[in-house]
Design a protein around this ligand. Structure first.
Ligand SMILES: [Zn+2]
Length: 559
């Protein structure tokens, strides 16, 4: 590097890799290009593809230096000769860089490339054309370029870089040697940042580097600028807290606490952690994503496909892969609902609490039945049970299933009157598309009129108006369930019994699972999901009682 270095030089420019050995995270690319330069088996056109920030333009400049270095062609450009220094500073007359994003037209191509390509290089060995964002060129520009690439003068080399290779015409792409750049993995990114921090004498925690590398999402350029921002803000010191603060990362305590509460099915503790999420101003989406990423790592570890953070492995050591898979699906669904709903907070709470409840209800229920079965087979059946005639139907009371699992369960257990529809299936169907409306309906009472249609009663005029606006949607949903068109009527007054709710309280994480029956964790909910569990449990009940069991939903909730 020549000239005076400014007091605060942008790190990304200062530490831009200058040779193939300095390229980060692209071993295949640097190896192949180095070999080509040392064996002098060079192409006239190269196509570099891959996501932004992973080193395509940097590699193009290194290749240009390798071609034009006074000691070249060489895989190790000296970095000191005039061509090397000028290429590094983008001021070399024989290496022309063109940003196709701002020069898309045929005239630009003609001016920069076609009219100069035939002329011999001004000084250097090759005339190198680097075309960045090549996919942005217009069709006529590509056509003009094609003729040149088809029959290039011996001194011309083209390097096309693009993030969207599918937009580059096949006629062009097929004449180029292609190199696929990959997003840089977090480990080499963090190592690279550590090396820069050391040279810059910036104190950085290892965990902070890991966070920065993750935030950069595979882009070396982004990773270095993020480090730069943190360095400026932290006055020479970069801590985990400052990185979290700066980029809105969720603190590890919060994530781990929530995961532990989920694992131990501790609604109170979970509510406490959620309260903290709101207090700290963490975005619900960010929280769900970070939670999902951490749990996914443990899930993969349990499947033998990776390593998780030891603190997380420890916290979720009692969970099974099935249980974690179930939870991950719930988190995915919550994120989906969050994206399409109008209340991120509601989506977050519904997602987490329903994950907790689904495991709880079915798990505890099956555990109770199993205990009963054991007692019966041990010959300790109570008098009331043994006195019941074998053919009499036995009712098993079950807490309400989580709403989205409800349709299948209730449809099988309580066939709707002919031509009618099931209320909870209706609410579930509405919730799938309009979460807020579904949540309102959950709290409403309804009556079936003689014509099979429903009168729905709302507590507030506001909710009634909302339903009125969505009348067409609601009647279509009802018709789909009933198999025929039915009319809805809306009225004020009267609501269903309130469903169980959870108050937000301070975090109180018990040292041991709070009164959870053994063997009633997520692992009880297997791949088939809660429905399969319910059906299995129903069978079990029939086996135990020797009669016909059916599921009756208890309206007020609670196990
Ligand atoms: Zn050189």
């Amino acid at each position: 590097m020549s000239g005076e270095a400014p007091a605060h030089q942008v790190l990304a420019r200062k530490y831009r890799p200058q040779g193939f050995e300095e390229l980060v995270g692209q071993p295949g690319v640097s190896q192949t290009l180095s070999n080509a330069l040392s064996s002098k088996r060079l192409h006239h056109a190269y196509l570099f593809t891959g996501p932004r920030g992973c080193g395509k333009t940097t590699t193009a400049r290194i290749l240009a230096k390798g071609l034009n270095c006074v000691k070249g062609p060489t895989p190790q450009p000296c970095g000191e000769c005039a061509p090397c220094r000028e290429i590094a500073a983008s001021s070399c007359l024989d290496v022309l860089e063109m940003d196709a994003a701002s020069n898309t037209g045929v005239d630009d191509v003609r001016q920069v490339i076609i009219e100069t390509v035939a002329l011999a290089p001004a000084r250097d060995r090759y005339k190198v054309f680097i075309i960045d964002e090549a996919h942005m060129l217009s069709n006529s520009a590509f056509n003009a370029l094609l003729k040149t690439i088809e029959e290039p003068p011996p001194h011309a080399v083209f390097i096309l870089a693009t993030t969207e290779v599918h937009k580059v015409p096949a006629t062009i792409a097929s004449r180029c040697q292609r190199f696929k750049f990959r997003p840089v993995a977090p480990e080499p990114l963090a190592e690279h940042l550590a090396a820069i921090a050391k040279k810059e004498k910036v104190a950085v925690d290892a965990e902070a580097l890991r966070l920065l590398a993750r935030a950069a999402e595979g882009s070396l350029r982004d990773a270095v600028s993020l480090l730069d921002q943190c360095r400026s803000a932290g006055e020479g010191r970069v801590t985990v807290e400052s990185v979290r603060e700066m980029f809105g990362f969720v603190s590890a305590d919060l994530l781990l606490g929530a995961a532990r509460a989920l694992h131990e099915r501790d609604a109170k503790a979970l509510a406490g952690w959620l309260k903290k999420v709101y207090e700290e101003g963490v975005e619900p989406a960010q929280f769900l994503k970070d939670l999902r990423a951490a749990i996914e790592a443990v899930y993969l570890e349990k499947l033998g496909a990776g390593d998780a953070d030891p603190a997380w492995s420890q916290a979720l050591s009692g969970a099974t892969a099935e249980g974690l898979g179930f939870l991950l699906r719930r988190l995915n669904r919550a994120l989906e609902e969050l994206r399409f709903g109008d209340s991120p907070r509601l989506a977050l709470e519904l997602g987490l609490f329903s994950a907790l409840e689904a495991a709880h209800d079915l798990g505890a229920w099956v555990a109770r039945l199993e205990a009963l079965e054991r007692r019966l087979s041990a010959g300790g059946g109570g008098p009331a049970l043994s006195a019941a005639p074998a053919s009499a139907p036995v009712s098993v009371t079950m807490p309400p299933a989580p709403r989205d699992e409800a349709p299948a369960l209730t449809a099988a257990a309580q066939p709707a009157a002919s031509g009618g529809a099931d209320w909870s299936a209706f609410v579930a169907a509405v919730s799938r598309q309009k979460l807020a409306l579904g949540t309102t309906l959950e709290k409403c009472a309804h009556e079936t009129r003689p014509d099979g249609g429903w009168t729905i009663r709302f507590a507030r005029q506001f909710d009634l108006d909302g339903a009125e606006r969505a009348r067409t949607f609601l009647e279509e949903a009802l018709a789909a369930l009933a198999g025929r068109p039915l009319k809805l009527q809306f009225a004020l007054g009267g609501t269903a019994a309130p469903s169980a709710s959870v108050d937000i309280v301070d975090p109180a994480i018990p040292e041991t699972p709070g009164g959870a029956p053994p063997g009633a964790r997520w692992k009880d909910v297997t791949e088939g999901g809660p429905d399969a569990g319910a059906a299995g449990a129903l069978k079990k009940a029939e086996g135990v009682f020797g009669g016909k069991a059916r599921i009756i939903k208890k309206p007020t909730g609670g196990a």
